[in-house]
Design a protein around this ligand. Structure first.
Ligand SMILES: [Zn+2]
Length: 146
């Protein structure tokens, strides 16, 4: 039985929802897509008019997985500041795991923890604003600067 389905999200655009109850620590999805350099992905998205940032997942080596190319339903995961899923990098691949038990029909969220070159850029900050319902919302999808 399928674990998840993509449908319209009350939070933003499309979202990923559990089709059955999920246990904590369950591997739900792999974040698939073309692996490329940040710069190339951003340039391409700008050129093609893709609402880019939410389809890019950063790898620890500085490259990104571009979910808009050869991506799967994981690219529709929405951001939340207190998510119910986490992302774990394993051998250059990204897997989505549940952090806690999830009910059937619940939307799955990850913390994007986006890192951008210039975090002081006001325009970028606005573009990556967060309005999730969490009381701990930090108003941004960007990683907190160390
Ligand atoms: Zn938030």
């Amino acid at each position: 039985m399928r674990r998840v389905i993509v449908r319209r999200s009350p939070v933003h655009g499309k979202g990923v929802f559990a089709m059955r109850p999920l246990a904590a620590g369950e591997r739900v999805l792999e974040y698939k897509g073309e692996i490329t350099a940040w710069r190339d992905a951003l340039r391409r998205h700008r050129r093609e008019g893709v609402a880019g940032h939410t389809f890019l997942f950063g790898l620890s080596d500085g490259r990104v997985i571009d979910g808009s190319r050869g991506g799967n339903s994981a690219r529709w995961l929405n951001h939340a500041c207190t998510p119910n899923c986490e992302t774990i990098e394993d051998g250059g691949r990204i897997f989505i795991y549940t952090l806690r038990p999830v009910d059937s029909g619940e939307e799955l969220f990850i913390d994007y923890l986006l890192a951008i070159d210039d975090a002081g850029d006001e325009e970028a900050r606005a573009q990556y604003g967060c309005a999730c319902a969490s009381p701990e919302c930090r108003r941004s999808m960007l990683a907190v600067a160390a």
